[in-house]
Design a protein around this ligand. Sequence first.
Ligand SMILES: NC(=O)c1ccc[n+]([C@@H]2O[C@H](COP(=O)([O-])OP(=O)(O)OC[C@H]3O[C@@H](n4cnc5c(N)ncnc54)[C@H](OP(=O)(O)O)[C@@H]3O)[C@@H](O)[C@H]2O)c1
Length: 245
Amino acid sequence: MSYINVKDKIVLITGASRGIGKRIAEGFRDEGAIVHGTGSKPESIEWMKDSGIIGHSADMRDPHAIGSVIQSIHDKSGKIDVLINNAGVASNTPAGGMKEEEIYKIVETNYIGLFRACQAYYKVQRKSGGNIINFASVLGLVGTPLSSVYSGTKGAVISLTKALAIEWVKNGFRLNAICPGLIETDMTTMITDRPSIKEQVQAGIPMKRMGRPDDLLGAGLFLASDASSYMTGQILVVDGGLTAQ
Ligand SMILES: NC(=O)c1ccc[n+]([C@@H]2O[C@H](COP(=O)([O-])OP(=O)(O)OC[C@H]3O[C@@H](n4cnc5c(N)ncnc54)[C@H](OP(=O)(O)O)[C@@H]3O)[C@@H](O)[C@H]2O)c1
C-alpha cells in the first residue's frame, strides 16, 4: 500500500467545479477516496453526475449553504475525513478603484466563507478530530500590483490556518495551507490569453513555466494522508520556485 493513501477517505472539496479544485477532486477519486465537490450554483456541478464525484451546490457567500452541505454529508456518512477549502475568487482591479461590491465578494468568498466551512466542519467532527487543507496563495506571502484585497484574504487564510491549528489541536484536528504560485486556470486568463504577458511572467519563474492544476495534486494528497500526520499549522508553497528568489 502506498504511504500517501487516501483510499476510502471521505473528502469534501469546495470549488471542485473547475480549475485546481476539479483536478484535485478527480485525483482523489482516482486514488479511491469518496469525493464530494461543491460549485457556487447547480449548473457548475452538472458534469459531476456521472463522474464518481458527488456534487453539491453551495455559494460560499451564503451564510448557511456550506454548513448545510457539511451537515448533510456527515449525517449520511457519519464522518468527513478531510475538508479542502479551495473555492476562491480573484480580481485585477487597481486598489484605488475597487467598489464595495467587489471588495465584499472577495472577502466573503475567500475568507468569511472559508471560515464558516472550518467552523461547520469543526462542529460535526469535534469529537473525532479532522483534517482541513486551506487554499491560500503566494500572494498571501508577497506583494504584487492589482491584487490588494485578494492578497489580504490569502494572508488572512494563512493566519487563520495557524490560529485554528493551535486552537483545535486538542480536539485532534490538523490544519495546513497550500500556497499555489501562478497556475493556468480561469483565474489567470488575464495572463494566459496574452502571449507576450505570459512569456514575461514565465521568464520570472525559476522553473520557467506557469503551474498546472495537476501540480497541486501531490500537495493535496500528502496533506490529506497520514504521511503528513505530524504536520499542522504549516504552509506548503507550490510555485515553481517563484517565492524562493
Ligand atoms: N490559479 C492560480 O494561479 C491560483 C494561485 C494561487 C491560489 N489560487 C487559489 O486556488 C483556488 C482555486 O483557484 P482556481 O485557479 O482553480 O480558480 P478557478 O478556476 O477560477 O475556480 C474557482 C472555483 O471556486 C468556485 N467559487 C468561486 N466563487 C465561489 C462562491 N462564491 N461560492 C462557491 N464556490 C465559488 C468556482 O465555482 P463556480 O464554477 O460555481 O464558479 C470554482 O469551482 C482559489 O482559492 C485560488 O484563490 C489560485
